[in-house]
Design a protein around this ligand. Structure first.
Ligand SMILES: Cc1cc2nc3c(=O)[nH]c(=O)nc-3n(C[C@H](O)[C@H](O)[C@H](O)COP(=O)(O)O)c2cc1C
Length: 449
């Protein structure tokens, strides 16, 4: 019942019902060294009707993923979806501050990648402020602070990432410092809890503190807690159970804040279903990069669907934004990507980037399609000698049948429309906010409240 009422208001976020308010951002003033329109991204741009700098809301975003969502992957993702918001890998504030003369290597991106969010990490206020200031020249569309990474290097030794959830006061100050040094919105990406600080009440306290101390009005909620000792980062993305009900309870209890749902979403149908259920925005990580393993899907969801980034991202523009699909085939995408790749090989030194780095995000494009295994074998041997992406594609792509290369992205009905139907009954009780800012006594939601 509560969900239905909230959904009505949130429908204003759906561009199919209300024309999207264009967001205007400053484009990078210095001419970038990355590809421009002349570098050939246009072949896939036929459906790109938005003028530069005007974007649809972040209904769908691709998660920040270290070593995965680099410039090359993001270029590929942008060729597949015009409207998905893209996050960078986390860049540590100290890296930005201490590498001042090599900033382009960490922060430059092709203009076509807008809308794009820079994720930074750190726990030193001065460095976070300085890093934001330095990053401002690159015209990211939002700056995000990582409060969810559980890795030992980050949350342990580094004392940031998910560790910051222990100190909401600090996160409030950090967000305030970040916001003061940029002219774009700021956001926090966090877990629903950390270690035994995992009650809904503690999550509310975290959000409330950050909102009251800074202009942050957007949180990305990875809907499982992080365990800071005993689990590897990969285990921390699958062992702690997903609690989508915490996310939906935040929507109920913080109507002035925007929340993005993240964690465990593997199909475009689940993304649509979560938005129908009232989610403001949805972020997808692993399923927008590679396949999810059969075992993981079975354990987490009790069903098996094997998808590739093509299937996930290829549906975003049409299914989530109600806009034309950007690219008609993987052949077209590869043609555009090859022009991009070959224009930047060696840009930052003899092997930076090299063909292997450029090929990495392509390797899941044909997952579970005819010819995929042969293509992977050919890729392995060709990478040992090829010097350009054009050469790589020429020597390997004959493994993939034309029927696959030229196939449009197809919707495969999965019958999981009710994926989120159970969440309503699990919502944690609403907490009353006390004068001191904490949430102490649970107030059970009644029909009249
Ligand atoms: C290889 C890898 C690297 C990641 N790196 C980051 C990161 O740099 N910053 C971050 O906030 N989350 C990072 N994450 C977590 C994802 O952003 C996301 O929250 C998580 O994968 C859950 O979403 P999913 O189930 O859709 O994959 C990473 C995840 C993976 C798989």
């Amino acid at each position: 019942m509560a969900i239905a009422t909230r959904s009505a208001a949130w429908h204003a976020l759906l561009p199919s019902l209300v024309p999207a308010k264009p967001r205007i951002f400053f484009l990078r003033s210095r001419p970038g060294r990355f590809l421009s329109h002349a570098h050939g991204l246009r072949p896939c741009g036929a459906a790109s009707s938005l003028p530069p700098g005007e974007y649809l809301p972040p209904l769908f975003s691709v998660a920040p993923m270290m070593d995965w969502t680099d410039n090359h992957y993001r270029t590929l993702a942008r060729l597949i979806s015009r409207h998905a918001w893209l996050y960078t890998e986390m860049v540590v504030a100290e890296t930005i501050v201490h590498q001042k003369d090599k900033l382009d290597r960490f922060l430059a991106f092709p203009a076509e990648q807008h809308p794009i969010v820079l994720q930074i990490g750190g726990s030193n206020l001065d460095n976070l402020a300085k890093a934001t200031e330095l990053a401002s020249g690159y015209a990211y569309d939002e700056i995000n602070l990582n409060c969810g990474c559980p890795s030992g290097k980050v949350a342990g030794h580094g004392c940031f990432g998910a560790r910051l959830m222990y100190d909401p006061e600090f996160v409030g100050d950090a967000m305030s410092a970040i916001a003061a040094n940029c002219d774009v919105p700021v956001s926090v990406k966090c877990r629903i809890g950390v270690d035994d600080r995992d009650s809904y009440e503690e999550l509310c306290t975290f959000v409330d503190k950050v909102v009251s101390k800074s202009p942050t009005r957007h949180f990305i909620i990875h809907a499982r807690k992080a365990l800071l000792s005993g689990l590897s980062p990969a285990e921390n993305r699958k062992v702690p159970p997903l609690k989508y009900e915490y996310y939906y309870a935040l929507l109920r209890d913080f109507p002035e804040v925007h929340f993005t749902l993240n964690g465990g979403l593997t199909t475009i149908e689940q993304v649509s279903a979560s938005i129908r259920q009232g989610a403001h925005q949805v972020m997808v990580g692993r399923a927008a990069y590679n396949k999810r393993s059969r075992m993981v899907l079975e354990r987490e969801h009790g069903f098996v669907i094997l998808k590739s980034p093509w299937n996930m991202l290829g549906h975003v523009d049409s299914e989530i934004y109600g806009m034309p699909t950007r690219c008609s085939s993987r052949r077209q995408i590869l043609q555009s990507y090859q022009v991009y790749g070959d224009s930047i090989i060696g840009q930052y030194g003899i092997s930076r980037p090299n063909v292997r780095q450029l090929v990495k995000p392509l390797l899941h494009l044909f997952h579970s399609e005819p010819g995929n295994s042969l293509w992977k074998r050919k890729a392995d041997s060709t990478l040992r000698h090829c010097k350009t992406l054009a050469q790589f594609l020429e020597e390997t792509l004959d493994a993939i049948p034309d029927s696959v290369l030229d196939a449009p992205v197809l919707m495969e009905p999965s019958g999981e429309q009710d994926y989120f139907a159970h969440v309503d009954s699990l919502l944690p009780p609403r907490y009353a906010k006390l004068a001191n800012g904490s949430y102490e006594s649970p107030v059970l939601v009644t029909a009249s409240s």
